[in-house]
Structures are given as structure tokens and as C-alpha cells.
Design a protein. Structure first.
Length: 446
């Protein structure tokens, strides 16, 4: 007798993703598992900076709001929650979740946290860069954190311990989906074709609404209805690894062959060799078939032996990023805006010697690619935008000062100054030996 489909939903595809559709999905989606994928490479680097400033921090800033909304819904639905919201401090994230569960009266809730990905104190300091020439020592910036990508071998022990909530740091995105599938269907680590199929499900689901119309929509080219109320995706996975991607029927967005194909190729350099900590997945022979409205079946993924080494993200303290702007409107707005840009460039270079890592754009005329040359004659609304990266905060403050001075010292009609200085990070990737990475799990009980 065939095993029933296992239902996995996505409740976040990045650190600041929407919450309300996730709650709706848990309440009405009959889910076995909800995955919140909240950790990008820069996100974990910023989390390390947060933890350095306060040892109680370093996890996703939206964790408390998410847990207060999702824990009661998951308990009522019998849904296991898996997330990498722990970022640089999974233990603190789990302890905060435990406190929330107790406040909400969710007694007996098991919360597991996974450590071992953080190699900041033990990892290599001069490893070769993974995707570009050079070594870590060539970067010339202080390292703030180093995290290896953990796979299913780190997550499965928590599921086998009966955890209702699993919180990790740098858990690999597809692994958070593959682990519960292995746990449910009894797939072994040697079932490489099934591991490849489960990794396909994870890859398709990990970016949340990207597969239900978000980031896909392009009016007039790829129309998506009711995107403001877009629903998160659901994967109905069978024991043979095939899956149907769908969503709740009365939510906005769409699941089509096109949305699935776009997500299948998203951030995949080689479809025949998609590297994860668990398997070298092969998506080159995947079959995609429409099974009905908003129901797309994927099958025939495969896999080969996992990579010998693990990818690790290294975060660097890149100093500060400063932005400042002033608007010009009305007749000859472009001419006045260009004049203001010239003044800023001249002042920064000649008066303050600021010529490195600075950019001046005229938004509305030459922004983003800085390639516009022939401006529309009727343009009457532009904004001078100056961006700067520096290790010296006083240099950033000087740039903001110069831009704001345009209000009286620049051309006519300037207004609406805004300026901000924020911490900056840079990330690089390296490969580390698996023997250097020792995942460990701890279970807390509310």
C-alpha cells in the first residue's frame, strides 16, 4: 500500500519574509512540516556582528513575532517547525522560543537547537576562496564569523528525538526539507536518487513565494493575479520522491510550469551537479507536468555521491555603508540635479580627498546602471543619490554633511534630504573538511 503524500509548506524564503500567509498556511494547509528559510550569507555575517555587540542576540530579529504567531498554530495542527533563524546564535534563539512557548502555555513542546556550524574560532584563516582567485588573507578585513553549511546529518537526530521545533544556524536550505522526508519515508543516506529528488523539493520550496508568483511577476509579460495576497507554496511529496507543488486555493499568486522552471534554475550553476552537503543532485532530467490549476508535478531528479568537503561562508567587517540624497523637481530638474552631482564629486575629491568606493547617481535619469545619456525632456523629478563604503565612520559622516549642504550651497530647489550610516559586511566562500564540522543537538522542553 502506497504511503500517503507528505505535506511540507514554506513559511519564509528569506529573513524578512511575510508572516501572515505563513500562519494561514499552517492553519489551513494540513501540513506535516513548516520550513522557515531565513538565512542568507550576508544575513549570518550581520548576525555575528549583532552577537559581538550583545551575546544574547545574533538570531533573526523577527523570531519572536514569528514564534508567537506560529507556535500555537503548529501545536494545534500537529506541524513540526524547522528553521535556520538561529543564525549566529541558535542556542539563544531556542531559549527565547522556549520562553515564548511557556508564556503561551504550550507545555511539553520540544525545542531542539543545532550547533556546530560556527567555525569562527577554529576554522582556517588562509583558505583558498571558493568562487574566485585568492585566499582569505587577501581580503584585508577582520573576520566576524565563519559558518559551514550543515546537512541532514545535523537535522535528523533532532527529528528522531521527537522535536516539535528545530532551530539551527547555517542549515543548508534544501537540507531542511530533505531531512523530514528521510525521516518520514525511511530514505537512507545511500539512496542517492531519492536524496536528489528530496533536494529538488527543497530547492523549489526554499525561496517561498518565488515559486507561487513572487519575483516571477512581470506585468504584460508574466502576469500574476492578486500578488498582494500571494500564498506560500506546499509540496505534496510521495515516497518515490515525486512531488506536486501547489498552494492554498483561495490565495493570490500562481503555480505554473513557468514558475516552477524559473525556480528550478534559480541560483543553479550546473543543473546536472547541484552541490549540497547531502548529495550532488542532478536536475538535468527532471520532468515537470501540470496536474491541474496551481498543481505542478516534478519527478525524475537524481543524485550522486555528496561532495567531499563542505562550503563555509566567511563574513568580514567591511566598515560602514553611507547613503544620502536630495531631490530636485520642476523645470530643468535634470540640469540642476546634474549640477548638484558635479558639486558633490568635486567637494568630496578636492576638499576631503574622498575618491575611493564612492558613487554619485541621478535617480530618475541615470540610476542603477549609470548608463543613461539622453534624458527625457519632460523629466521633472530626480534625486541625487550618493553612496559610500568606508572603514572610517568620520568619512561617512563627512559625505552626509556635504550632501546636506546642497540645500543652501547647491543649485535652486533642492529638498528632502535623507542620510543614513549602517554597518557593512562582506562575505566570501571557502571549502572545509567535513572532519572539522561536528554538529550537535540539544533538546529543550517547555
Amino acid at each position: 500500500m502506497a504511503s500517503p503524500a507528505f505535506r511540507i509548506g514554506t513559511g519564509a524564503g528569506f529573513s524578512s519574509d511575510r508572516l501572515e500567509p505563513a500562519v494561514d498556511l499552517v492553519k489551513r494547509g494540513t501540513l506535516d512540516v513548516l520550513v522557515l528559510e531565513c538565512l542568507g550569507e550576508r544575513t549570518v555575517a550581520f548576525a555575528h556582528r549583532d552577537r559581538m555587540a550583545d551575546p544574547r542576540r545574533g538570531y533573526n530579529s523577527l523570531l519572536e513575532r514569528r514564534m508567537r504567531a506560529l507556535l500555537p498554530a503548529c501545536r494545534a495542527a500537529g506541524t513540526t517547525l524547522i528553521s535556520n533563524m538561529g543564525a549566529a546564535n541558535p542556542r539563544a534563539a531556542a531559549e527565547r522560543t522556549l520562553a515564548i512557548a511557556r508564556e503561551l502555555g504550550l507545555t511539553g513542546l520540544k525545542i531542539a537547537y543545532i550547533e556546530g556550524d560556527d567555525l569562527t574560532a577554529t576554522g582556517p584563516r588562509d583558505g583558498a576562496l571558493m568562487d574566485e582567485p585568492g585566499r582569505l588573507s587577501d581580503v584585508g578585513m577582520p573576520i566576524v564569523g565563519m559558518n559551514a553549511y550543515l546537512g541532514v546529518d545535523a537535522i535528523l537526530p533532532a527529528l528522531r528525538a521527537g522535536a516539535d521545533v528545530v532551530i539551527g544556524g547555517r542549515l543548508a536550505d534544501p537540507s531542511m526539507y530533505l531531512a523530514p522526508l528521510m525521516h518520514r519515508f525511511g530514505w537512507a543516506e545511500t539512496d542517492l536518487a531519492l536524496l536528489g529528488a528530496g533536494s529538488l523539493v527543497g530547492h523549489l520550496m526554499e525561496c517561498g513565494m518565488q515559486i507561487t508568483g513572487g519575483y516571477f511577476a512581470d506585468p504584460g509579460v508574466k502576469d500574476v493575479s492578486d500578488l498582494a495576497n500571494c500564498g506560500y507554496p506546499i509540496a505534496e511529496v510521495s515516497a518515490d520522491g515525486s512531488a506536486v507543488i501547489t498552494k492554498l486555493p483561495d490565495t493570490g499568486g500562481c503555480v505554473t510550469i513557468a514558475t516552477v522552471k524559473e525556480q528550478l534554475l534559480y541560483e543553479v550553476h550546473d543543473p546536472a551537479a547541484y552541490l549540497t552537503p547531502d548529495v550532488t543532485a542532478d536536475f538535468s532530467g527532471v520532468n515537470i507536468e501540470a496536474m491541474g490549476p496551481d498543481r505542478i508535478q516534478v519527478s525524475k531528479a537524481s543524485g550522486r555521491t555528496r561532495p567531499e568537503r563542505l562550503k563555509a561562508t566567511v563574513g568580514f567587517d567591511a566598515g560602514f555603508h553611507a547613503e544620502a540624497g536630495v531631490s530636485y523637481a520642476g523645470p530643468a530638474a535634470i540640469e540642476r540635479g546634474r549640477f548638484a552631482c558635479d558639486i558633490v564629486r568635486q567637494r568630496l575629491a578636492q576638499t576631503h580627498g574622498i575618491t575611493k568606493d564612492v558613487r554619485v547617481d541621478l535617480i530618475g535619469a541615470s540610476s542603477l546602471f549609470a548608463t543613461a545619456r539622453d534624458y527625457p525632456a519632460d523629466t521633472q523629478d530626480v534625486r541625487v543619490h550618493v553612496a559610500l563604503r568606508t572603514a572610517d565612520r568620520s568619512v561617512a559622516e563627512t559625505m552626509l554633511w556635504e550632501v546636506e549642504s546642497l540645500l543652501c550651497c547647491g543649485p535652486a530647489g533642492g529638498g528632502g534630504f535623507r542620510g543614513a550610516i549602517t554597518a557593512a559586511v562582506m562575505t566570501k566562500s571557502i571549502l572545509v573538511n567535513r572532519a572539522q564540522v561536528r554538529p550537535r543537538q540539544t533538546v529543550l522542553v517547555a
